[in-house]
Design a protein around this ligand. Structure first.
Ligand code: SIN
Ligand code: CO
Length: 394
């Protein structure tokens, strides 16, 4: 498996895509992915939707007098047996958490930093199936994997936009598309945040992959970052007014007091080091905190290194999030699944490679692990379940 990110989308160099389209405007890319092959069959997707831990939804569109119906998984065979002939969709979230091939597939899109990526959602629809006209708050690549989907899109929407009332799904009221396009297997529609879109299956067996990104909301950033800082402040750090001037009216909260407050507030939030430490933790929080990936048996560094020397492959656990940021002394902080680890310079190459490559093996890996600091990181990450070994027979 080639884990390198794409250099082109169809004929378009990634640099052009980023400059012209990313986070700016929609783009239809025909034959976007060379040698594209579906990751799983419709039956396998339905199988995933029957698993307890997997997040899935069944959506039945308006039919013969019935309004939209939404059901949440896990499903059983009965749920699939009793569906109408037309107009329904099965949506399975975070397929990359459960299927290593799907995690590898997402790596093609790592021309955008990995911490911006959310998950791979896969939908299966019968003829006329779709989720209705809506907008999302994130960038998305809608990859047509099998069958044909008609996409209507256009217009920018937000939380003030009117939605159709009393539905279990958010559907934009009075929406008129600006563009219509039919996508076939291997084609991609890229949409930046908030563009209205409506995808409808044309014929049965329409499978669409949504490569979804995430961007923290300013609400989250302000709440979480100030919490993070607040926990680290000492009780004696207070509003300070050594510059106090005599006021004509003692009841006034003066402009000078507000300016002083603002200056103290800005001074306490602006340190980029603090921002990076908080952001790394926040951006690597697992999507499903309730899932504990820790291995049944812990291992020490020596054993792990030995197994890798004997040919085992080291792989990031599907669904685990990794990132790193530089710190002043030549070291880095590694973030893995919401935890942060200061790493000395001797562990930096190992940590950086691990954040960049889903899988490491062979002589390169052995060289990266020749320092005890790197081996210590390996042990910690393995025992918290962020890494696992594969190919144990060498
Ligand atoms: C779908 O795959 O049916 C819906 C994806 C989307 O519109 O975001
Ligand atoms: Co959407």
């Amino acid at each position: 498996m080639n884990h390198a990110p794409l250099t082109h989308l169809g004929d378009m160099p990634i640099e052009t895509f980023l400059k012209e389209y990313w986070h700016k405007k929609p783009c239809v890319i025909r034959n976007a992915l060379p040698d594209f092959e579906p990751l799983l069959s419709a039956d396998e997707l339905a199988g995933l939707a029957c698993e307890e831990e997997v997040e899935s939804r069944l959506l039945i569109g308006e039919q013969q007098g019935h309004s939209w119906q939404l059901k949440h998984g896990p499903f059983d065979d009965d749920a699939f047996g009793s569906l109408p002939e037309k107009g329904w969709t099965l949506l399975v979230q975070a397929v990359d958490h459960w299927l290593p091939e799907a995690a590898d597939f997402l790596d093609k899109f790592r021309f955008v930093p990995s911490w911006r990526m959310d998950d791979l959602m896969i939908s299966y629809a019968v003829d006329e199936g779709g989720v209705g006209a809506h907008y999302d708050n994130y960038d998305v690549f809608l990859v047509q994997a099998e069958g044909t989907r008609r996409w209507e899109y256009g217009g920018l929407f937000d939380s003030h936009s009117e939605l159709k009332p009393d539905l279990p799904v958010k559907i934009i009221a009075d929406w008129a598309p600006e563009e219509v396009v039919e996508l076939n297997a291997g084609d991609i529609l890229y949409l930046p945040p908030r563009v209205g879109h409506n995808g409808t299956a044309v014929g049965d067996d329409c499978i669409t992959y949504s490569v979804g990104f995430r961007a923290p909301s300013m609400q989250e950033i302000l709440r979480d970052y100030t919490d993070y800082l607040g926990e680290r402040m000492l009780p004696e750090q207070r509003y300070a007014d050594a510059n106090l001037a005599l006021q004509a009216n003692s009841g006034e909260i003066s402009a000078a007091a507000i300016a002083q407050l603002k200056a103290q507030l800005i001074a306490s939030i602006e340190k980029e080091e603090n921002l990076a430490q908080w952001f790394g933790k926040a951006m690597t929080e697992p999507k499903y905190a309730e899932i504990d990936p820790a291995p049944e048996e812990e291992m020490d560094a020596e054993t792990l290194v030995e197994m890798l020397q004997e040919g085992a492959v080291l792989r990031r656990t599907e669904g685990c999030r990794f990132a790193w940021t530089a710190v002043g002394d030549g070291g880095v902080t590694l973030f893995a699944d919401g935890a942060s680890f200061p790493c000395p310079p001797a562990a930096v190459s190992f940590v950086q490679e691990l954040c960049h490559q889903r899988e490491l093996e062979g002589a390169k890996l052995v060289a990266l692990l020749n320092d005890p600091a790197a081996q210590a990181m390996l042990q910690i990450l393995y025992n918290q379940g962020s890494l696992y070994l594969e190919n144990l027979d060498g």
